[in-house]
Design a protein around this ligand. Sequence first.
Ligand code: AMP
Length: 511
Amino acid sequence: MNLGLLAERVAARTPHATAVMTSDGTAMDFATLARRARSFSHHFHARGMLSGERVALAMSNHVSFFEILLGAWQAGLIVAPMNPRLLPVEAEALMADCGARLCIATPELAPGIAAVARREVLDVGSEGYSAASAGENTDPAVELPSDAAAWLFYTSGTTGRAKGATLTHCNLQAMIDSFLADSGCAVDEAMLHTAPLSHAGGLLGLAFLQQGLPQVVMSTGAIDAPAVRQALHLQRRSSLFAVPTLLNRLADPDFLDQKARGRVAKIMFGGAPMYAEDLKLAIHALGGERLWGGYGQGEAPCTIAHIPSELLLESGEHDREELLGSVGLPRTGVEVRIAGEDGRSLPIGEAGEVQVRGRVVMAGYWNDPAATDKAFQDGWLRTGDIGRFGSTGLLTLVDRAKDMVISGGSNIYPREIEEALLCHPAVREVAVVGCPDREWGEVPVAFVVLRSAATAGDLDSFCLTSIARYKRPRGYRFVEALPKSSYGKILKSELRAALEAHPLNNTKETQ
Ligand code: AMP
C-alpha cells in the first residue's frame, strides 16, 4: 500500500478538478498535483534517498505541502512534518531524533533552519525546488508493506520531550476510512486549512484528497476575520478544522457574517477540551448541523471518538448536558475502553484511563522502544486521558492523567472546576492546575481571563454553588491571556512554572 498514489487515482477520473488552492485563488488541479508529486519522487531517488529514509518538513502552511507529502511517499520515504513555530534549534532536535537526511522548508523558515541544521535544507521558494517538481517522471511508486511508516507525528509536547508517533500507511488509511464513515465529505465540499498542516488539519486533509475535493490553504497565522471570510468565498462550501479557541472566534457574529457562515459546510472541532458552555454558544451561532466534534491524539490520529452533527442538532436518547460535555461516541473501526490501574476494563460510570485499539493506532514511537513499551498495555494504546463511559455510550473525558490534582488524597479533575467557572458570566477563559501545598499535597489554583469585573471572592462563592467544597480553587490568578501552544492548547506546564516561581501566599483559608 502506498498513499503516495492518492492524487494519481483521483487524476485518473477527474484530472481537471481543483486539488489545492491558495487563499489568493491560485489553483492546481489533480493532474498537476499528481505530476509534480511524481517528479518529486524521482528527485528524492536522484538524491540517493532510499525507501525508509526520513524527510523533515519545516513549513508554514504552503500550497506545496501535499505534493511533497505524496512525492516522498511514492519514493518510500517517511515524512516528519514539524510545527512551524518551533525555534530552529528545536526543529533540529526533532530532525536529529528521526535522523532526517533532508529538510524541506518554506522561504521564511529556511534561513533560520539552515543556520543550525546538520543536514541539507531545500527551500520551497528556490530554483532547486522548482526544478525538482517540474520533471516528467514515469517511475512507478515504491511498493510498500501496509505497515511501512509514512508520517512521524511529533506530539505537540505541552509537557516533556516531544516523541515521534510513527503512523503507517495503514494507520492513515484507517483514519481516512473512519473519517468518511463518521463525518463524510459532500461532493461540493472543500477543506479550508486555517490550522497548521503539520497537525490534525493536514491529516484530515488526506480524506478530502482521496475524495477528489479541493483544499484551500491559508498561510499559518493569518486567521483574522477578513482573511477567513475571503477564503470561504473561494469555494461553494468549505469545512474547517478548528481547535476550541478558533471555534469560539468563528462563533462570534462579528467574525463570520451571515454570508460567510452560509459557506461553512462543517467545522471539525477538537484537539483540546471543548467546554459545554462554549459549545452551546457555537451551536446557537452556527447550527449543530455545521459542527462535528473529534477527539483523537497523534498516536491514534484524529480518531478515537466523535460527536456526530446529528446529535448536536438533536440529542436523541442522550442526555443533552452529558452530550455537550462529552467527546461523544467511539469512532468507526476503533475500540475504546476505560482501564483501571491494574489494566482491567472498568464498568460504565467509573473513571479510568481511556485506552484504544484498532488499525488507526500508531506502530510506536520512533526509535524509542522504552516509550513505546510504556504507551501500550496488553495491546491497548494508553492515551493518558482519564474518562468514563455513560449509560448511553457517551465518553466523557474528566482530564489528562498528568493534569489531575491530588489534594488531601482526593482526586480533583481540573476540567470539572473549569467547566463550573466558565458558567460565571464574568469569566472568559480559565485553566486550573495543581499547586504544591504542604498541608494538602496539592491544591487547585485557577488562572482566569475575565470579560468583566469579578473578584476571587465572587468566583469562590459561585464555585460553591456547583462543585464540592474540597474541589474549589484555593487561589485565583487573574491574567490577560492564557499561555497556548501554536496548536491552541493551553500550556498548563507554564502555569505550573508560574506558580512555582510565585507560590500562593495562603492556601489555608478554605476547605
Ligand atoms: P495531540 O496528540 O497533540 O493531538 O494531543 C492529543 C490530546 O489532546 C488528547 O490526548 C487529549 O488530551 C486532547 N484532546 C484532543 N481532542 C480532544 C477533544 N475533542 N476533547 C478533549 N481533549 C482533546
